[in-house]
Write a protein that binds this ligand. Structure first.
Ligand code: SF4
Length: 316
């Protein structure tokens, strides 16, 4: 089981550019609501009764700007667990204990979208000086997709401790609605893969790793192993509303979650496109979205991208 832990939605970058694509609303990003460490402990205990907890993604909001005592207590608790933890941060506070004393079971991911996110140059200079290995997560927004992949990949080659880079798909949500299609994402990733193969940087392109996992059927696209814990102590899943906008849907109990996850499987296994898709259950989707206009828009599992990648592999 993967737990996405959001103890807060508060973000110090809430008035800048990245709020234009953030999945949280302005009110959420300004909210001071903070989930207590005791409640986090209780939820983790509750989950471990039903599941093997393997990994925690820790993000918000922005964790590194929370009160220092809270950060230390949270870090102490999470570092005592026998699970891997990935901290996602905008690196606006390099003095956070999470950055200066990164525990051994932690990895560090930095959200950086070049000029599509505020303070891009300052954060880039900080990444150059980092002493621990880290990853970059970028969001494939409309603006990000206008940047030259060669320029981005080469720029990131100046970061000696960069281990991996991943471009995440944008989803319309209850805060913003960019006109960015599945096909736009597929085209972007194709460009990055081709340029990456030409430049051969020292860091991994995770989008390629994920495609390899799809083809070898080692990736799961079901949501039956992924729960979210929100600042108001609600266990949630990512769902799409009637307008196709992503939001956190509360689940009342583990039993409800398992029912929801089973319904997802049944629904997509019966979808006419998914039914005959060779990647069913293993496609690139992070959470499946109802398919409309497959021919013009593709799908959230990015079937066209997987097909393209499969045929572009060298013949053994
Ligand atoms: S790739 Fe698309 S069509 Fe195939 S299973 Fe995933 S969502 Fe369905």
């Amino acid at each position: 089981m993967i737990l996405s832990l959001n103890p807060t939605y508060f973000c110090n970058f809430r008035n800048g550019k990245c709020a234009e694509t953030c999945y949280l609303t302005k009110d959420q990003l300004a909210s001071s609501q903070l989930l207590s460490i005791d409640k986090i402990k209780q939820r983790v205990e509750e989950l471990t009764v039903s599941f093997v907890l393997e990994h925690i993604d820790l993000y918000g909001g922005e964790i590194t700007v929370l009160p220092i005592d809270y950060q230390i207590e949270l870090m102490t608790f999470l570092s005592s667990l026998d699970v891997s933890v990935n901290l996602v941060t905008n690196l606006s506070n390099p003095d956070s204990p999470f950055i200066t004393h990164l525990p051994r079971n932690f990895t560090l991911s930095i959200s950086w979208d070049y000029q599509a996110r505020q303070a891009a140059d300052k954060i880039f200079e900080r990444m150059k000086k980092l002493e621990s290995g880290f990853s970059i997560l970028s969001l494939a927004s409309h603006e990000y997709s206008s940047f030259d992949p060669e320029m981005i990949l080469k720029m990131q080659m100046e970061l000696p401790k960069l281990k991996s880079f991943e471009i995440k798909p944008y989803n319309q949500n209850q805060s913003n609605k960019q006109s960015y299609t599945h096909k736009d994402f597929e085209n972007l990733i194709q460009k990055y893969i081709l340029k990456y193969q030409e430049l051969r940087p020292h860091y991994r392109l995770v989008n390629i790793d994920l495609l390899d996992l799809c083809l070898s059927k080692r990736k799961s696209s079901w949501s039956d192993q992924h729960l979210y814990l929100t600042p108001n102590n609600e266990l949630s899943v990512l769902e799409f509303d009637s307008q196709g906008r992503e939001y956190f849907k509360k689940v009342d109990s583990i039993k409800d979650y398992l029912t929801w996850a089973q319904t997802e499987k049944s629904l997509y296994s019966a979808d006419p496109h998914c039914q005959q898709c060779p990647y069913l259950g293993h496609c690139l989707s992070e959470h499946l979205k109802p398919i409309d206009h497959f021919e013009t828009n593709g799908c959230s599992g990015f079937k066209n991208l997987i097909d393209w990648y499969a045929t572009s592999l060298p013949v053994p």
